[in-house]
Design a protein around this ligand. Structure first.
Ligand code: SF4
Length: 539
């Protein structure tokens, strides 16, 4: 498939391949454009006080993936690409340290690119990088295959999730560590701990046949408190659509309360409305028990929380979407379900034309791989541009998969991954967390105008921090490692520990993904609490 590459043809290209040589193969960028400081009301609290310089004229940074080379274009992309060929000494040291104590590592796709590069190059069998749903399953598999310790590279709700799933699988004796002694937070998870969310759940509890569908990016405590108030099932961006539709198919008249991610909630409404407008056949394809009428009826009983925002996806705003639309009309557009409306709408439109996808990180990875495979199959030279509407850390997984495909077939097809962030945006916040955003150091990345494609919380997981933790295992007094342990939540709510109660919505999700049906225990819980509600409200 041939595509328009004019938008990137003038870029400076620096090639990084397996040799240490760096070659310049195209002219340098044009003169710098004037900067305008433009903070807006969309600035998240964590960015408050930042200085923003937001030019708009430079092309988006990108990474060109060829079978035999990677060509980053723009400093942001160079920073991402630099780590794809890690230092062999670092790879060897990590492998040795993991082997010494039979440590398994489960990491999220959004990890720092340096760390992902080293992890991906290691031949230690107990390393896995994926989305949050798969991380816990892989931890269980690693323990069954001999790992005696699990290290989670992600934010705290991920290590809690791994802890809960390991406990449920009978491996409570296996320690689960994080790489920081301080909390590794998440703006989205924190928004579900606010009083507004408790009020939202009270409304749900006061409505018959309510099911709370809680996004996995929340703490175990949030899940426990919520499940105590209203029947709750966990979801991820990979399974949220099926979870909602399946619940609506099994419990007629159900009210679905989704949270805390506001963008994802709105995007689900847009997705369902668009699907219903496409007619019964289109709806059937997504879920065989639904048609356009049942989807419209469900929309009247679907509720989204209005105050839950991920600081990363918040930044993919209207102006970035506008630039993508006007500057990259022929690019494939991918968007995570959490990204704000404008970017999401763009990706939905692209998806309808077969030129984009909306969904989870895994969906995005699969889409890119499919398009590249199609181009390889067609047997013609082509450069496929993909706009990456999610966290930039995914680039490592995309490069591994795409390059393996291209190498296997010895093809001249190229994939260009475009990061929709401003080329020269600067955010000097003085905030300890934001200071770790690689884009800042590169002069690109986090800004209101240009987007922010790196998560400051995820970036607390560094290679140095991992190596320090591994050095402590087996050497220090085990109690010295306590601050690094995943939180266990032994407090009790209504006779059950938070870990047990908060783990139940996760177990329900796992039941749904295994059988394709909402577990009967949860269905009965919804109906039973509904009867209780009728009794309480009948005079
Ligand atoms: S990208 Fe960062 S802030 Fe956003 S949901 Fe993930 S961990 Fe939280």
């Amino acid at each position: 498939m041939s595509t328009n590459v004019a938008s990137t043809a003038h870029r400076r290209e620096r090639s990084i391949d397996s040799s240490p040589t760096v070659r310049t193969v195209a002219p340098a960028r044009g003169p710098p454009r004037p900067r305008i400081a433009t903070p807006t009301s969309r600035t998240p609290a964590r960015c408050a006080g930042a200085y923003y310089a937001a030019p708009v004229a430079e092309p988006f940074p990108s990474l060109l993936i060829r079978a035999d080379a990677l060509v980053p274009q723009g400093a942001f992309a160079e920073a991402q690409a630099e780590y794809l060929h890690p230092d062999p000494a670092a790879v060897g040291a990590l492998t040795e340290a993991l082997r010494a104590h039979d440590v398994g590592v489960v990491a999220h796709f959004y990890m720092d690119p340096q760390l992902q590069g080293v992890l991906s190059a290691s031949d230690w069998p107990h390393i896995h990088i994926s989305d949050s749903l798969v991380m816990a399953d892989k931890a269980v598999a690693m323990v069954r295959a001999g790992a005696r310790v699990i290290v989670v590279l992600g934010v705290d709700f991920m290590s809690e999730n791994v802890r809960a799933v390991l406990d449920a699988a009978g491996h409570a004796d296996v320690p689960v560590y994080r790489v920081a002694s301080d909390p590794i937070g998440c703006s989205l998870a924190e928004s579900a701990e606010a009083p507004a969310y408790a009020a939202y759940l009270r409304r749900a509890a006061g409505t018959p046949k309510s099911l709370h569908v809680v996004y996995i990016n929340t703490s175990l405590l949030t899940k426990a408190r919520a499940h105590h108030v209203v029947p709750t099932i966990t979801c991820t961006s990979s399974n949220v659509v099926q979870t909602i539709l399946q619940a609506a198919a099994q419990v007629p008249g159900i009210h679905v309360w989704f949270g805390p991610d506001t963008y994802m909630g709105h995007n689900l409404v847009e997705l369902f409305e668009g699907l219903a407008a496409m007619g019964d056949a289109a709806v059937h394809e997504v879920h065989p028990d639904h048609d356009a009428a049942s989807l419209r009826s469900l929309l009247g009983r679907f509720h989204a929380f209005e105050q839950g925002v991920c600081v990363v996806h918040h930044m993919f705003g209207a102006r970035v979407a506008e630039r993508v639309r006007s500057e990259l009309p022929d690019a494939f557009v991918t968007a995570h379900l959490e990204v704000p409306g404008e970017m999401f709408t763009l990706a939905v439109e692209a998806q309808r034309r077969g030129r984009g996808t909306v969904g989870s990180t895994s969906n995005i990875l699969g889409f890119i791989a499919r398009k590249v495979a199609d181009a390889v199959e067609a047997g013609r030279p082509a450069r496929l541009p993909f706009v990456l509407g999610t966290e930039a850390g995914m680039i490592t997984a995309i490069v591994r998969k795409t390059q393996a495909l291209l190498r296997e077939r010895g093809t001249s097809v190229e994939a260009e991954i475009i990061f929709p962030v401003a080329a020269e945006a600067i955010a000097a916040t003085g905030d300890e967390l934001l200071a770790v955003v690689p884009g800042v150091a590169a002069g690109e990345g986090c800004s209101v105008e240009g987007g922010c494609a790196t998560c400051p919380f995820m970036k607390m997981n560094s290679l140095d921090a991992l190596m320090d933790l591994l050095a402590s295992i087996g050497r220090d007094d085990p109690r010295a490692l306590d601050p690094f342990r995943s939180r266990q939540y032994l407090d009790v709510i209504d006779g059950r520990t938070v870990a047990d109660l908060g783990g139940e919505p996760i177990v329900h999700m796992r039941g749904l993904s295994t059988t394709g049906r909402v577990p009967e225990q949860l269905v009965q819980d919804i109906l039973r609490r509904s009867v209780g509600h009728r009794r309480a409200t009948t005079p």
